[in-house]
Design a protein around this ligand. Structure first.
Ligand code: TYD
Length: 200
C-alpha cells in the first residue's frame, strides 16, 4: 500500500504522518516513512542543494533536481518495500512537483511535468494521496518565526498558485483526496483515518 501526503508548507503533514504511522504500528502493520526530497543518501544530498543552494538556481534545474531525488528514492527504497508487501508513506511525492514547479514556479508546462513525473517515479503511482488543505494565510501563521528554506521564501503569490495546483489535482485525480486541515490536529487525524479505512 502506497500513501502520499501533500499540501503547502505549514499544512501539518509531518504531524499527521506521525499519527498515522503510530496508528499502523498499534495494528502491527509494517510501515515505512520517507520525505521528499530525501530518504536516501543521494536524495538527501540533492535536498541540501534544493533547499539551501543559491538563489540563482534555474527553474528547470530545480525541476530536474526534485525529479532526480525522486528517482533515487523510488528505485532504492519505495519499489523494493512495496514489492515485499509493506506500507509506504511519503511526505510529498510528484504532485508537489506539479503544484510547486508547474503552478507555482511555472518552470515548464504542466503536461510536460506530468510526463517527467512518470519517468522519475519509475511509473509508480500512489494508491491514495491525502492533500491537507489549508488557506495560505493559516499556513503562513503556523510557520511564522521558523527559519525559511529557499522554497519557503517564494512569496504569497507563489503559494496561492501552488494551492490552485493542488486544488486542480483534487478535481482531476481520483486518488487525490482533499482533507480540510485548518482545524485541530485531532480533527484532521480523524478525517485521515476515515479516508484510510474507506480505501483499505
Ligand atoms: P518539506 O520537506 O515538506 O519542507 P519542510 O521540511 O520545511 O517541512 O518540503 C521541502 C520543500 O520542497 C517544500 O517547500 C516543498 C518543496 N518541493 C517542491 O517544490 N517540489 C517537489 O517536487 C517536492 C517534493 C517538494
Amino acid at each position: 500500500m502506497f500513501i502520499s501526503f501533500e499540501g503547502i508548507d505549514g499544512c501539518g503533514k509531518s504531524t499527521q504522518i506521525h499519527l498515522l504511522q503510530e496508528y499502523f504500528k498499534t495494528r502491527g502493520i509494517q510501515c515505512h516513512v520517507f520525505r521528499e526530497p530525501g530518504g536516501t543518501t543521494i536524495s538527501e544530498q540533492v535536498r541540501k542543494i534544493l533547499l539551501h543552494g543559491g538563489d540563482e538556481m534555474d527553474p528547470v534545474t530545480e525541476l530536474l533536481l526534485f525529479s532526480a531525488a525522486r528517482s533515487q528514492l523510488v528505485s532504492e527504497k519505495v519499489k523494493p518495500i512495496l514489492d515485499q508487501g509493506d506500507v509506504v508513506i511519503l511526505d510529498r511525492f510528484y504532485d508537489s512537483t506539479v503544484a510547486y514547479q508547474g503552478y507555482g514556479r511555472k518552470s515548464a508546462p504542466v503536461d510536460e511535468i506530468i510526463q517527467l513525473n512518470q519517468l522519475a517515479s519509475h511509473h509508480t503511482v500512489p494508491d491514495l494521496t491525502l492533500y491537507l488543505r489549508v488557506p495560505p494565510l493559516v499556513a503562513k501563521k503556523r510557520t511564522e518565526g521558523a527559519e525559511k528554506d529557499r522554497m519557503e521564501k517564494s512569496g504569497d503569490d507563489f503559494f496561492e498558485n501552488v494551492v490552485r495546483g493542488f486544488d486542480d489535482l483534487s478535481k482531476r485525480e481520483e486518488r487525490f483526496i482533499a482533507i480540510d486541515a485548518a482545524g485541530s490536529v485531532q480533527k484532521t487525524h480523524s478525517a485521515v483515518l476515515r479516508e484510510i479505512q474507506k480505501h483499505f
